[in-house]
Design a protein around this ligand. Structure first.
Ligand SMILES: Cc1cc2nc3c(=O)[nH]c(=O)nc-3n(C[C@H](O)[C@H](O)[C@H](O)COP(=O)(O)OP(=O)(O)OC[C@H]3O[C@@H](n4cnc5c(N)ncnc54)[C@H](O)[C@@H]3O)c2cc1C
Length: 269
């Protein structure tokens, strides 16, 4: 099957295929579209479903998303933290408190948000004309013709474009096709992460800050997302080895609790 990119908003005469419909791919596509480029996104998943947990959208990022006319969606789903609050792992003492919210907006002109990855993804996907997003397209190889490049997909689709953008994540097939095999470098950190309905933590009376608990060989981060309906947590431990790189491996609550034995009751709850 051969796809001809539709004209749509394109004015430049340049055609681009973006591989991967994550935050990077969708943001790149929207920016290219606004610049008049005939851009299409190819995503291997059958749908852009709700995946991921909390992400920090700092002012340099929200500036770009505002330019893509997503300010309203960010304000609706995002949470503006009052501060970064660093605390000691055992007694909860404050180590550092840096104001965010108004301080960030007045310094940089744009807000800092805490968001659910799915909300950012949805806002980006809504802004992209539906005919420019092709789900169920797993990129497998490229053929470089110099001035043009062909992208080939597992489902038999082949597109010919002026340029191809690899935005297909950490296990990028595009990177592999261009640069050959690369082994990810393990940083020595493994994170337990999760989302908790905020009402289940009501007794903690959590402040609307990004709290970072620092202790020996570990740290624990938590903050509200999704209009304060959910609390995101990330519990980072250092260890020598890990066999898989994945955002979706399952961990056990008991193991996480054991790793944070002796930590402050707020962290353990
Ligand atoms: C499932 C998941 C959950 C995540 N959760 C979090 C989180 O909770 N907190 C956080 O801070 N960050 C999270 N991230 C990472 C964060 O979203 C990204 O690191 C960051 O936004 C950079 O995005 P990206 O678009 O470069 O890559 P990614 O977000 O990894 O997106 C890459 C996209 O490319 C697609 N793709 C991969 N291979 C192919 C192929 N061969 N052909 C076509 N499409 C392909 C993938 O399906 C994916 O949609 C998550 C990423 C994923 C994939």
């Amino acid at each position: 099957m051969e796809l001809t990119p539709s004209a749509g908003m394109a004015r430049s005469g340049i055609s681009v295929a973006v591989i991967g419909g994550g935050i990077g791919g969708l943001a790149a596509a929207l920016s290219l579209l606004r610049a008049g480029v005939d851009v299409h996104v190819y995503e291997r998943a059958r749908a852009l479903s709700e995946v991921g947990a909390g992400i920090q959208v700092s002012a340099n990022c929200s500036r770009i998303l505002h330019r893509l006319e997503l300010a309203e969606a960010l304000a609706r789903m995002g949470v503006k933290p009052l501060a970064w609050h660093q605390r000691r792992w055992d007694d909860g003492r404050t180590l550092l408190r840096t104001p965010l919210a108004e301080a960030v907006e007045s310094a940089f002109g744009f807000p800092h948000y805490q968001m659910h990855r799915a909300d950012v993804l949805e806002a980006l996907a809504r802004a992209l004309p539906a005919e420019r997003l092709h789900v169920g397209h797993r990129f497998t190889e490229l053929v470089d013709h110099g001035a043009r490049v062909d992208a080939v997909f597992e489902n038999g689709t082949r597109v010919s474009v002026d340029a191809l953008v690899g935005a297909d994540g950490i296990h990028s097939t595009v990177r592999h096709a261009v640069f050959g095999p690369e082994r990810p470098h393990f940083t020595g950190c493994v994170a337990y992460r999760g989302l908790v309905p905020a009402e289940r933590l009501a007794d903690l009376d959590l402040e609307v800050t990004s709290q970072i608990w620092l202790g020996p060989g570990k740290h624990f981060v938590h903050y509200f997302v999704q209009s304060r309906r959910l609390v995101n947590f990330v519990a980072v431990i250092e260890q020598d080895a890990w066999t898989r790189e994945s955002w979706t491996d399952r961990g056990e609550v008991a193991d996480a609790l054991a790793a944070f034995a002796g930590w402050h009751p707020q962290v353990r709850e």
